[in-house]
Design a protein around this ligand. Structure first.
Ligand code: PMP
Length: 376
């Protein structure tokens, strides 16, 4: 390497600046200061940290996927329209005929597109906190300001505080995860209605965990003047696929669609989605099985010394460990036993809390046995 190499600039002392030095003066300061979204990389042991469906797909569905993939030409770009997938998604997930649809590479991408479409630099994105961290991160990525409105001590929505913050900050976008991640609660419909009435901009009702809850806003997705409904297939067994959808009034969806990178849903994702949705009953049965296991696991956790479990409408439980060992120590002890759950060391509101995804009955039994041992 020498200073004459293209892209190399001499430092004050004459030596070439390193890549780290060049990056540090070029990358946005707020990005330099950010920690990347943490994705676990351990793939052994019992994985209860990412709200994945622990059940694989049966052979009949895997065979259908293999056939669909084999029949998919990879040399062509994805088509400009996804008519067949649109009909399949509408039928499978109850998207009303008069709602417009936008597909994303996971719902993460759609969160990002919404912020980009609505927010000029300095505009406000608002959500209760703690909630899904990508609401905050997406806002920062796109030069918007994030305002988090704390939940109550019992992790309930603080509606008066939400309404006051909406009046004070006039957010362009309000994100409501319903049920909420990581607390698991589902905000009451009348509280959401009050937020819709107060919000001057768009409200995104993020129903990532709806398959494990009672109730949905999806039937109203076309008729609300300032709301859209966001969903993902990640929690019902297809987290590896990266597919989410946004349903809402056409005038909103058409604008957000302008920012979508062309071909964001690739041909294999489309083919696999179509194949799997012909067997949607399999996904429904697995979601129902997980949901049915939730109360039992909650009871077993709550019976452990010093553990309180927050009521959940999702495929995970938030448990607080306030006994002799705090949440972080329990997290570490589980980790040494290769049981992965999620801790929140950086968030004071979630001190001593662990988020535990629902798993198989064997995984629940192994978790409870390990916790009994750890908590003595
Ligand atoms: N919304 C919420 C509330 C989530 O918890 C998550 C995933 N943790 C997502 C959206 C993103 O899901 P995906 O990108 O896998 O569709």
């Amino acid at each position: 390497m020498n200073a004459a190499e293209p892209g190399r600039r001499p430092a004050a002392d004459g030596r070439a600046l390193t890549a780290a030095e060049r990056a540090a003066t070029t990358i946005r300061p707020d990005i330099l200061a950010l920690s990347a979204y943490a994705v676990g990389h351990e793939d052994d042991g019992i994985k209860l940290d990412a709200m994945e469906n622990p059940y694989g797909l049966p052979d009949v569905v895997r065979d259908a996927i293999a056939a669909a993939a084999r029949a998919t030409p990879l040399n062509r770009y994805p088509a400009g329209r996804h008519d067949a997938l649109e009909s399949a998604v509408r039928a499978a997930f109850g998207v009303p005929d008069d709602a417009a649809l936008l597909f994303g590479n996971g719902s993460d991408e759609l969160i990002s597109l919404v912020v980009q479409a609505c927010c000029s630099p300095g505009d406000t994105v608002l959500s209760p906190v703690p909630s899904f961290v990508m609401f905050d991160m997406s806002a920062r990525f796109h030069h918007a300001r994030f305002v988090g409105v704390p939940l109550t001590a019992a992790f309930e929505l603080d509606l008066p505080a939400m309404l006051a913050a909406i009046r004070a900050h006039r957010p362009k976008v309000v994100f409501l995860a319903v049920p909420n991640n990581p607390t698991g609660g589902r905000w009451a419909d009348d509280a959401i209605e009050a937020i819709l009435a107060a919000a001057p901009g768009l409200v995104v009702i993020d129903e990532a965990y709806q398959p494990f809850a009672d109730g949905t806003w999806m039937p109203r997705a076309a008729g609300l003047a300032n709301a859209v409904v966001l969903r993902t297939v990640s929690k019902i067994g297809l987290a590896g696929l990266r597919f989410g959808y946004l349903a809402g009034p056409a005038p909103w969806i058409a604008e957000i669609d302008k920012l979508r990178p062309p071909y964001n849903v690739d041909v294999l994702t489309e083919a696999v989605m179509l194949a799997v949705l012909r067997h949607k009953a399999v996904l429904d049965e697995q979601a129902a099985r997980l949901r049915a296991s939730r109360d039992g696991l909650a009871r077993e956790l709550a019976a452990l010394p010093g553990v309180t479990v927050h009521p959940s409408s999702a495929n995970f439980l938030l448990a607080r460990f306030s006994g002799k060992m705090g949440g972080n120590a329990v997290h570490q002890a589980l980790k040494t036993r290769k049981i992965r759950v999620r801790a929140f060391p950086g968030d004071p509101a979630l001190r001593d809390c662990l988020r535990i995804s629902l798993g198989t009955p064997d995984e629940h039994a192994a978790l409870i046995a390990a916790l009994r041992d750890i908590l003595g």
